[in-house]
Design a protein. Sequence first.
Length: 116
Amino acid sequence: MMYRKNKYRNVRCRCNANHMHDSKGEAGYCNDLALQVKAAVIMKYESQIRFDLHGKDGKKVGAHYVDFLIHHFDGKKEVNEYKGVKTSVWKLKKALFESEYSEIPYIVIRHKAKRY
């Protein structure tokens, strides 16, 4: 059986918590978050959380699965998205997310801790 190469050359793999991730970098970032929980920097985190997206008329237009939802000790939440390639679909979903869930900061983590 022949397998197609992944379009972005990423390899799906598991982190130390046995979560499945779309890339080695994302799995490594998940391991970093687990260390932050142990060090009491963050309260907890969740992986691959679904947020429904709605249009101006209130009808559901789609869903956005974020890589990580982080819970802080003060009750605040933030989304951390590990990205290698910025696709047009992701840009649209990010814009819809930020419009609908403006109270939740959306932080993009790039390879080697670059943010954009």
